[in-house]
Design a protein around this ligand. Structure first.
Ligand code: 13P
Length: 254
């Protein structure tokens, strides 16, 4: 059985290194006893230096929320893979819907995913439709997002790929407004089917599929138990060490 995965995406929070340290230390303590779950925290890159000092000897991994598709040079505001690796951050969330909304194209996301994997990262590729309708256009949308990236990927690279399904309409809501687990189950099977079609079953099975979108302490278990996913990508609830640790514990027990 694959190890379960829980990733914290702090997005553009918190505002100070002091607060980042508080949340980080609280989370490290809160998940210290939990078994069978790989926990990664993706803070704003500006806090990586501070947090990597606090991360010695813990089992929490550090990651980044984006990574550029070039090694170095005149790319104002971007983060190079080597910069993240300097702080042992080896997991990169890529193609998050909030970045796609700022203009990241399928092609750019594909380049980032390939480049990150070549540089030794685990790439967490985010996909998810903006809205749903009765015609099932969300399936076509997610297929297009996946195939744009898969087109440039080799089978061996799948060992360093994670897919995070995050329907945009379900992000930043309450637990009650989050996705229904039966709909998640349907989509996770569909994503697995696309992986199998392109890469074959043995390779496809290597790729963990996560769910993200209003994951809280009280709905986390249902997503993992009934949604057919291998773990969770958590936004706002990951800024509360108690709630995030509770989510990780729940996933471990499910
Ligand atoms: P919320 O958990 O705040 O809905 O955010 C989900 C998300 O976008 C994680 O990447």
């Amino acid at each position: 059985m694959k190890q379960k995965i829980v990733i914290a995406n702090w997005k553009m929070n918190p505002m100070t290194p002091k607060e980042a340290k508080r949340i980080f230390i609280g989370t490290v303590k809160g998940v210290a006893h939990v078994k069978g779950v790989r926990v990664t925290i993706c803070p704003p890159t500006i806090f990586l230096s501070e947090l990597s000092k606090e991360n010695k000897g813990t089992k929490v991994r550090l990651g980044v929320q984006d990574l550029y598709s070039e090694d170095a040079g005149a790319y104002t505001g971007q983060t190079a893979p080597a910069m993240a690796l300097a702080y042992k951050a080896k997991i990169a969330i890529l193609g998050h819907s909030e970045r796609r909304a700022l203009g990241e194209s399928h092609g750019m996301v594909g380049n980032k995913v390939r480049h990150a994997i070549h540089k030794g990262f685990t790439a967490v590729l985010c996909v998810g439709e903006r809205e749903r309708n009765d015609e099932g256009a969300h399936f076509t949308y997610v297929r297009e997002e996946l195939e744009a990236v898969f087109a440039g990927l080799k089978r061996v690279e799948l060992a360093n790929l994670v897919i995070a399904y995050e329907p945009v309409w379900a992000i930043g809501k309450s637990a009650a407004e989050a996705m229904q687990t039966r709909d998640l189950y349907e989509m996770s099977l569909y994503i697995r089917k696309i992986l199998i079609e392109r890469f074959g079953r043995a390779n496809a099975d290597l790729v963990p599929i996560l769910y993200g979108g209003s994951v809280k302490g009280d709905n986390a278990a249902a997503f993992v138990r009934d949604g057919g996913v291998d773990g969770l990508l958590v936004g706002s609830a990951s800024l509360d060490p108690k709630q995030f640790s509770n989510i990780v514990t729940t996933v471990s027990n499910t």
